[in-house]
Each structure stands twice: as C-alpha cells, then as structure tokens.
Design a protein around this ligand. Structure first.
Ligand SMILES: C[S@@+](CC[C@H](N)C(=O)[O-])C[C@H]1O[C@@H](n2cnc3c(N)ncnc32)[C@H](O)[C@@H]1O
Ligand code: SF4
Ligand code: SF4
Length: 355
C-alpha cells in the first residue's frame, strides 16, 4: 500500500518524484493507452526508458511551455504570488501564438508526443487557448496536458476545451476546507464555485460522451494544508480520474523566506547525498522565449538559448544539456551549482523515488 494507505501503490505514478499521481480505477497511462493506442504505448515506453536514463532521445519527449506569467490568483507558495521575484527570475518576451506554432511545428517534425501549454500562469487567461491545443493536436501531439486553477473555465470555454484534443486536465485546489483554500489560494474565487466549475466540466464531458481529457485534481502539500491530504483524497478519488499530491518546491533559492511553507515531513537541513534528476532526459522547458533543461524558476544559469534565434533540436543536443544529463546519470548533481541548490531545496535525504 502507498504511504497514505488509501490507494494501492500500483496505481501511483510520478513524472519526476515531485508529484504523486493516484488514480482511482486503473493506472491512468494504461487507460490512456487503451484510448490512444500504439503510439501512446510506444511513447510511454520511451518515457520510462528516459526516466531510467537508459535512453537519450534525439528530441525531447515533452515540451513544457511557460508562455507568460499572468494569473488572477496570488498563491503565496507560487512565484506568481511574489512580483519582485517574477521580475528577477524571468526574462525575455512572452511566447506568442506564432512562437507557439514554430515550437509545435519543430516538435511535429520529430514526432514529439507530449506538450503542456501551461507554466507559472493561469492558462485559461490566454485568449483562445483551445486554438493552441487544437493546433498541437492536429500536428500529432498525443499527450497534451495542463493544470489550471478552475476559476476561468465557464461552460463555453469548457466545451471548446473538450473539443480541442486536450489529453489531461488538472484542477489545482490545494485544500478541502474553504478557509484553508482562501489562505493557500490568495485572491481566489470561493472554493464552492471552483468545485461547481469542475462538476460542470465533468458533466459536460459525460453528456457529450468524451473519453478525453482525463480529469484530475491537484494538491500542493504545504505546512498550511498538510492535515487535509487524506480528506482531500477521499473527497475526490471517486469523482475524478486522478488525484495528484505535489511536493512543495521553493520558487527561488531563498530557503529562509519559504521555510514556512514546507510540509513537516519535507523540510530538512541535512545535505542530500544521493539524487538523480530525470527532467533533462524527458523534457525541454520554455520560460518565455528561453529554453531550459527543467522546470525550476531559478535555473537561469542552465539557459540553453532562445527560440527566436535557435532550435529545440540544437538546445536538446547541446554540450551543456549533455553535461547536465551526465552529472545526473552519475549522481554527481553537486557539480552544478543550480542543481545542487535545487536538490537541497526540494528533496529531503530520505527522498522516495516513485519512478
Ligand atoms: C504554477 S501552477 C499553474 C497553473 C494554474 N495556475 C494552477 O494553479 O494550476 C501549476 C501547479 O503548480 C503548483 N505549484 C505552485 N507553486 C508551487 C510550488 N512552490 N511548489 C510546488 N508546486 C507548486 C500549483 O499548485 C499548480 O498545481
Ligand atoms: S493560480 Fe497557479 S499560477 Fe496562479 S498563483 Fe496560484 S499556483 Fe501560481
Ligand atoms: S536544477 Fe538540476 S536538479 Fe533541479 S530540476 Fe533542474 S536539472 Fe533537475
């Protein structure tokens, strides 16, 4: 059984050890394999091999697109809740629809299977987001996913999203109790309205006979909500396909400032001894126009170039990218300052690997 003793371990998976996804019936990737067929199954096999560092693909399997930093909430555990830090850690131009097309076109050329048009922002504030998703879907991307805060998805948009080709949608809630929700999701609409939006989305999906997207809810576990995890899982597990519990990642290297958000079982001052990061084997992350080997916001020193002047292929196969992969293959994460900071900020020494 899993740590929480609620859902058998075989129904858990993680993309990077930071997020645990729990599914209520069968493993969600098995379910998606049945819906999407061989192409999806082959891609997940490559994903597993990349995660085990047995495979370095010629092009990323996953493109993560942090296209802008616009949000209607100011969650205190998220970089978006801290404007000064957004200004400090982000640079370059937001990605336009034309930039998006350029990225997707290159991905399509290499048969890239997976993409997320969401970063540190609220994706449904992007005008006509469904058109971005449709474009990627028609260009052959089969695993298109996003998280959203559930506040900006009225029925009309929900219908557009259902018709867009989106594969996975997750609603981030981080609370089960309304008073906690207000504290962890500052500037939010009330929790019951978000729950209503999720229920409306699920009803629309069911009535229309849509198999996709698979629907999940997400909970970033911080000190302020840590006693609600089980209640949250129990409330949602039979309503949605997946319940995700995320580890808190300090948005910047200022550990002292963010100390108060660490869940009690996560914070640790002891240096991490053993860790292998799989992100540089899986994905390329865009933060605005710039490309990086991973999703953390304090990785400026790992920058691989701009999509305005270079290609994804060249960034993915660059010397710098290969060096990062190599230090993680050998477990020598401490050789890179950013990785060393990152590992010691996020992972307690007893880090449990789910991959
Ligand atoms: C940055 S948000 C962007 C999408 C959307 N605004 C939302 O809230 O889902 C994506 C996910 O990251 C999570 N998140 C935000 N700050 C985080 C942090 N410091 N550590 C871990 N997860 C975080 C959110 O809870 C959310 O599930
Ligand atoms: S809603 Fe999402 S992007 Fe916005 S502040 Fe909260 S976690 Fe960050
Ligand atoms: S900074 Fe290094 S250890 Fe952290 S996510 Fe990026 S590649 Fe992985």
């Amino acid at each position: 059984m899993s740590k929480n003793n609620i859902i058998p371990k075989s129904k858990e998976y993680s993309t990077d050890g930071k997020v645990r996804h729990l599914s209520n019936d069968e493993d969600i990737n098995v379910k998606l394999g049945k819906i999407l067929g061989k192409k999806f199954i082959d891609y997940r096999k490559k994903w597993d091999d990349a995660n085990n560092m047995k495979l370095i693909t010629e092009f990323p399997l996953f493109l993560q697109l942090d296209m802008n930093q616009e949000c209607n909430y100011k969650c205190p555990h998220c970089i978006i809740g801290h404007k000064k830090e957004v200004d400090e850690y982000y640079e370059g131009d937001y990605l336009s629809f034309n930039d998006f097309k350029k990225i997707v076109d290159e991905g399509s050329e290499y048969g890239c299977p997976s993409l997320s048009p969401q970063g540190n922002n609220e994706p449904f504030l992007i005008k006509d987001l469904h058109k971005y998703i449709e474009y990627a879907h028609h260009k052959g991307f089969i695993d298109i996913m996003l998280n959203n805060n559930g506040s900006a998805l009225p029925i009309k948009r929900a219908q557009q999203i259902l018709d867009s080709g989106l594969t996975r949608i997750r609603f981030s809630l981080d609370a089960i109790r309304p008073e906690t929700y207000k504290k962890v999701r500052v500037g939010s609409i009330p929790l019951d309205r978000v729950i209503k939006n999720i229920e409306d989305f699920l009803n629309l999906k069911e009535k229309g006979g849509y198999k996709l997207p698979v629907v999940g809810v997400s909970f970033c576990k911080v000190k302020q909500n840590e006693d609600e995890v089980e209640e949250f899982i129990n409330f949602w597990r039979n309503k949605v396909d997946t319940v995700s519990i995320q580890k808190f990642m300090p948005p910047t290297t200022n550990k002292q400032k963010y100390k108060k958000y660490y869940a009690s079982d996560q914070y640790n001052e002891e240096p991490v001894k053993k860790f292998h990061c799989v992100q540089p084997y899986q994905r390329l992350t865009f933060r605005n126009e710039f490309m990086y080997p991973c999703c953390v916001s304090f990785n400026k020193d790992l920058k691989l170039g701009s999509i305005k002047t270079g290609t994804i292929y060249d960034a993915w196969n660059s010397k710098k990218m290969n060096e990062i992969r190599e230090i993680h293959r050998t477990g020598e994460f401490y050789k890179d300052k950013t990785c060393n900071d990152c590992v010691n900020l996020i992972y307690p020494p007893e880090q449990e690997f789910l991959n």
